[in-house]
Each structure stands twice: as C-alpha cells, then as structure tokens.
Design a protein around this ligand. Structure first.
Ligand code: SAH
Length: 235
C-alpha cells in the first residue's frame, strides 16, 4: 500500500492509529476524488503526495474530542469529514454543503470507498441551523477552508450541543483571526477559543486547529442572514 509504505513519517505523527483496512479505504477515497474531479471541480490538488499531505493527513491531524455525532460544515469534496469518517468508524458523520452537485459527488465517493457511517445535507449552514432538527444537535462540528473565524463561528456554533465543541482548521493566519474574532464565540454560546493542534504540512505551510467549547445555548437571534454575517461579522 503506497500510502502506508511511503508516508510513514507523516502518519506516525498523527494522534490516531490507522489500520490496514483504513489505509485501503483512504486510498480508494483518494482515487474516487481524483476521478470525480474530472467531471466537477472539487479540488485543485490531484498530485498524489500533495493530496496525501494536504487532504488526507491534514484532515486527520486532530485530537478528536469525545462525541458520536459529527457535522462537517462546507465539506466541499469531503474534507475533513470523509477521512475522519474512515478513521472513526464508530462515530456518525454528517457532511453539509450548500452546493448540491458537490454533495452528490461526495455521496458517490463515499460509496466507492465503502464509507458507510455518513449522512448528507444540502443547504446553507445559516439556514439549516434554524431548523430544530439540526440546531444544537451535534457533539462536534468541524470545518476547513470555508470562511474567516468570526463568520465561521456564526455558521457552526448554532449546530453544536451544549457541552460539545467546534473545531476549525485554519491556515497560518489562524492565530490572528482568532484575536480578531474577539467576542464572536462568546456571543454565540461558546467559550474562549484556543489553538489546540498545529500541523506542519511537509513544506507546504502550517495548519492550526482552533478549538471552541459550547457552554450555553446560542441566542435565537443567531445565525443572522448571510448578508449580515458577512457585512458585520461578530467581533
Ligand atoms: N472543506 C473543504 C472545502 C472547502 S471550499 C476543504 O477543506 O477542502 C468551501 C465549501 O464551503 C464550498 O464547497 C462551499 O459550497 C461551502 N460553503 C460556503 N459557505 C457555505 C454555507 N454558508 N453553507 C454551506 N456551505 C457553504
């Protein structure tokens, strides 16, 4: 197995152990994304090593807190949700995106890689979290490369159960964004966020993961319509 044999230096640093069966699924996942990408633009990254480093191992470089129900907001081609679903088979993952075509593609990718612990949601996060079926319903919400931290907090925190948490994968500017986000998470019912994991992407920059615990219910006035969220982020 190429992924297991050639990238030990990367996977041995991850906070989880990947079984052979999971390595196989990750390879199938990679093939399926690259194949779907020919029809639909899911990612710019298709070179094998780049894909392994920036999609697979980046998605997995997180100390996952406890919690069975996980939501991935703005999953795009399925990141970080699909690799996490492979490596945490006992949890249930919901992959959400505003673009129906992307979710249709991710469904096919999941099937091809035999990933069964996943559900799919098509729609805008700020609209779906107003629905009682989804609001305050997930133990963990994850999100990568979707919006600035203040905007993302308003898109994600309303979905998190009290006692659960929100994890945001961020580029090197993550620390600064966190400082700028000021009181956003507090207004939305979260605790003061902090950077928990730092992932060096093998000469391709650094990702940090910002961790925020949900303490109180999100006030009903949030999330606001997207135009307002964007124009006046909570900070
Ligand atoms: N998380 C993936 C994709 C990032 S691209 C990765 O890291 O590779 C951002 C994705 O977020 C796009 O697919 C876009 O459709 C989705 N998105 C942006 N704003 C959204 C919103 N308000 N609600 C739902 N999805 C959103």
């Amino acid at each position: 197995m190429k992924l297991k044999d050639n990238y030990q230096a990367l996977w041995e640093k991850l906070p989880i152990t990947i079984t052979d069966d999971q390595f196989e699924k990750l390879e199938k996942l990679m093939d399926a994304v690259v194949e779907m990408n020919q029809k639909l633009n899911l990612t710019r990254i298709t070179d094998y090593e780049d894909f392994a480093v920036r999609h697979l191992f980046d998605s997995l470089a997180v100390n996952m807190p406890a919690g069975e129900l996980v939501l991935d907001v703005g999953t795009g081609g399925g990141f970080p949700g699909l690799p996490l679903a492979v490596c945490y088979p006992e949890r249930r993952f919901t992959l959400l995106d505003a673009t129906a075509k992307k979710i249709e593609a991710v469904k096919i990718i999941a099937e091809k890689a035999s990933i069964h612990n996943v559900n799919f949601l098509i729609g805008r996060a700020e609209e779906l979290s107003r629905n009682e079926q989804y609001r305050e319903s997930y133990d963990i919400v994850v999100s990568r490369a979707v919006a600035s931290y203040a905007v993302l907090s308003e898109l994600c925190l309303p979905f998190v159960k009290r006692g659960g948490c929100f994890l945001a994968w961020k580029g090197p500017g993550g620390e600064e964004e966190l400082a700028d986000a000021g009181k956003a998470t507090i207004l939305l019912g979260g605790n003061q966020p902090e950077i928990k994991d730092k992932n060096v992407l093998k000469n391709r920059g650094v990702h940090v993961i910002i961790f925020c615990e949900k303490k109180r219910e999100t006030p009903r006035k949030y999330p606001r319509p997207f135009g307002q969220i964007k124009k006046k982020p909570l900070n």
